[in-house]
Design a protein around this ligand. Structure first.
Ligand SMILES: [Mg+2]
Length: 278
């Protein structure tokens, strides 16, 4: 049996007994947001690679047979596949609309025709006011990105965009959500909380369920986990959140992952290994 390193476990603000409780669970689900959680924000969005040390820690967690590992991002799956590099867990993009299983199979949910028309209208409306270089059309949303723009101008553009998207969203089954670095109009009916719930339902009864994220769209997950798991928000203290725990930044997330990777595995029958091959 593999033993954990004698290393001090990082504190999770708000969850003082987290590691002791987690260690008692035979089965665990660990899901993570990508931007702002595993990778620092970057003006060039396709340069937002994982923080040093995080890919190695994720790989070691993936090899543990007691943990199902997933990334749930608002980015399109294709972007997460490029940025996350060799990641062997479950990859979920577009707030849950696209999923790549560990087997490599990809499952895609589709938006309905009204929503598709609404997204096209939202894209056109933003382009008509000169925002074409800040707009990204995703499978189930249109995002306005303002990272790299002065805070005052970013706020002006976001408010303006929210106003022009307001009627479009209400007529087409869409909703407007702000995120760290912009604002997005997206199809209702599916969010990160639903994506997490789908993963949770596939776990054995009594499994520990943990989600880490930094953004407002992660609140959908934190809310679902209030009574049935552990939502941990990344960032400064004092923000309103449904998360039960707090990690102060990405370096703390890396420390968290390294600790999880090194947890002593539950004792099984002699001769059975908890570590996956490869
Ligand atoms: Mg994020």
């Amino acid at each position: 049996m593999r033993t954990g390193r004698k290393k001090k476990r990082p504190k999770i603000i708000g969850l003082p007994d987290f590691w002791d409780v987690l260690s008692r669970h035979e089965n665990k689900l660990l899901a993570l947001d990508y931007d702002g959680t595993l990778a620092p924000f970057c003006v060039q969005r396709m340069q937002a690679y994982p923080y040093p040390g995080i890919p190695g820690a994720l790989e070691r967690i993936h090899r543990r047979a007691d943990t199902v590992l997933a990334i749930i991002s608002g980015r399109p799956l294709a972007e997460v596949l490029i940025l996350a590099g060799p990641f062997n867990g479950i990859l979920i993009g577009s707030h849950g609309m696209e999923k790549q299983l560990s087997s490599g199979d990809i499952v895609i949910k589709t938006v309905d025709q009204t929503q598709r028309q609404g997204l096209a209208c939202a894209q056109s409306a933003a382009e008509e006011i000169g925002l074409q270089h800040h707009i990204e059309l995703k499978p189930a949303s249109v995002a306005l990105h303002t990272r790299g723009i002065s805070p005052k101008e970013a706020a002006r553009l976001e408010d303006l965009t929210v106003r022009i998207w307001h009627d479009i969203s209400s007529r087409h089954g869409l909703e407007i959500r702000r995120f760290n670095g912009g604002v997005e109009v997206r199809a209702t009916g599916w969010n990160k909380g639903d994506a997490l719930e789908e993963l949770r339902r596939e776990m054995p009864p009594g499994s520990a369920c943990v989600y880490i994220g930094d953004d407002d769209t992660d609140e959908d997950v934190f809310f679902r986990l209030r009574s049935r798991g552990y939502g941990i928000r990344v960032g400064e203290a004092g923000r309103h959140t449904a998360a039960r725990g707090l990690l102060p930044g990405i370096p703390a997330v890396r420390e968290f992952l390294e600790t999880w990777a090194d947890l002593t595995l539950p004792v099984l029958e002699e001769g059975i290994s908890w570590i996956r091959d490869g």
